[in-house]
Write a protein of this length. Structure first.
Lengths: 127, 227
């Protein structure tokens, strides 16, 4: 459910970027950590509704997942924790205790906008 | 054309949370964000802790619920200043709503301990900083010992974990060692307090001592930006 607030935050971030200046946004690239709990399909629904009437109308959000890292506190071996996977209780190599790090990323990395001249691309008003 | 943005999605909430933290400190109010699933015992724990606070430390409560003022009525009946937030569907509290609720509470003279009872949910509240000093996550015995492994994000950010309804240990299936192992897999620093807060209480005194003395932990500058 918190994807509604996440979609709002993404839209605020891209519309505040000075480079937008009325140009149509076609794609927004977002990095989400494995522990951020973002459901892509749910985000898409809120995104489509929220963007109506803005330069981001019709755009897509592309999520890149940043894995959390499980580090063994005994032998130092690291492994990736991906969304939806069961958290391991002990190191697969030595059985030592693990530490979970990272995975809380949630930021707009970049966006793709159409060219400033609508006559050269399929921007607003172009044929 | 690709344009770099590099901005936290919840930057607006994070800024409001930082303002909240400054406001709370200026009013000498220590703030605990209480998070748990529905029915884990958030309100009961708040009431049990409030009853056991040392002389001179005033309890305050902000209640967060999708609907109703049921919990607020319980807290008010105990003589504790309380303000209700109804989110009308939203699954979490945010820093702005907490700021407005705090301003609606009566000003207290002297130090206070404010409990923010978040929406009953083990997923969404984990993403929204409220400006709190301490993040308290409750699990209760009837929920089962696997909750830290099923909802790792919220247990990973906890400063303290409470195992509530421990009077039911032995009556329902619950492996205490497995529960602790699940927490340690995602969080190697939060202490775990076993409590019962209805009827004959247990474990509340030790929790109160920790809550009133534990310094606000150092937090990463911006976990949302990966730093």
């Amino acid at each position: 459910m918190h994807e509604a607030a996440i979609a709002r935050g993404i839209l605020d971030a891209v519309l505040a970027a000075p480079a937008v200046a009325g140009r149509r946004i076609t794609r927004v690239n977002v990095v989400a950590g494995a522990l951020a709990g973002i459901v892509g399909e749910s985000l898409d629904l809120f995104w489509a509704e929220l963007c109506r009437g803005t330069p981001a109308e019709g755009s897509e959000v592309r999520l890149s997942i940043a894995y959390a890292i499980l580090s063994c506190r005994s032998c130092g071996v690291k492994s990736e924790h991906r969304p939806g996977r069961t958290v391991e209780l002990a190191c697969a190599v030595c059985g030592g205790p693990l530490r979970l790090e990272g995975g809380r990323e949630l930021y707009v990395e970049s966006m793709e906008v159409e060219d400033a001249d609508p006559g050269q691309k399929s921007g607003p008003g172009a044929q | 054309m690709l344009i770099p943005v590099r901005k936290a999605v919840l930057a607006h909430n994070d800024a409001e949370a930082a303002e909240n933290a400054r406001l709370f400190e200026s009013r000498r109010v220590r703030v605990v964000n209480v998070m748990a699933s529905p029915g884990a015992g958030k309100t009961s724990l708040i009431l049990a802790v409030a009853r056991a606070l040392p002389e001179g430390l005033r309890p305050l409560v902000i209640e967060g619920d999708v609907a109703s003022s049921i919990d607020t009525e319980k807290v008010a009946a105990a003589g504790i200043p309380v303000h209700q937030i109804n989110t009308d569907g939203d699954c979490h509290l945010d820093a702005g709503s907490v700021r407005r609720a705090f301003e609606a509470l009566p000003a207290v003279s002297g130090p206070g301990l404010l409990f923010i009872e978040n929406i009953g949910n083990l997923i969404c509240p984990a993403e929204f900083d409220l400006g709190e000093d301490l993040r308290l996550v409750i699990a209760s015995v009837p929920e089962g010992d696997d909750k830290p492994r099923k909802y790792p994000a919220i247990f990973a950010l906890a400063d303290v974990v409470i195992l509530n309804k421990t009077d039911l240990l032995g009556h329902v299936e619950f492996d205490r060692a497995a529960f602790e192992a699940g927490i340690r897999a995602v969080n190697d620093r939060a202490p775990i307090f076993d409590v019962t807060c209805r009827g004959t209480t247990s474990g509340i005194g030790a929790l109160v001592s920790w809550l009133v003395t534990e310094p606000r932990p150092e937090r990463p500058d911006s976990p949302a930006m990966g730093t």
